[in-house]
Design a protein around this ligand. Structure first.
Ligand SMILES: [Zn+2]
Length: 112
């Protein structure tokens, strides 16, 4: 594997680790005041690293599918050889995320 690609992956892992460690707030939520569809993903991953599955589900139970989908989308051409399963997941995961977001907004703001 190319040395540049390995360094890039290490850099991305370090940045994600720092964001989790610093409990970086969602910029969308800070500016708009409403959560974004991916809100709680880093907190959910942090909870999962601590084997706290209840908190994982409370923060964002779509965190693992979301991260997996983003990872598969980025590596689609190099690892997955343009697989149709990846194409299917790249449509299914965002669709599920949008339905979850609409449901969360409805339950949080409209159903009270
Ligand atoms: Zn957010």
């Amino acid at each position: 594997m190319n040395k540049k690609i390995i360094l890039m992956h290490i850099g991305i892992i370090i940045v994600i680790g720092l964001l989790i460690f610093l409990k970086f707030p969602c910029p969308f939520k800070c500016f708009v005041g409403y959560p974004c569809p991916a809100c709680g993903t880093l907190h959910a991953l942090n909870a999962l690293l601590n084997l706290d599955f209840k908190s994982y589900c409370e923060y964002n139970w779509m965190a693992i599918p979301l991260v997996t989908g983003v990872w598969m989308g980025i590596h689609k051409n190099c690892i997955f050889n343009k697989s149709r399963i990846v194409d299917f997941l790249l449509i299914t995961i965002p669709t599920m995320l949008i339905f979850k977001y609409i449901l969360d907004i409805y339950l949080t703001f409209l159903c009270v």
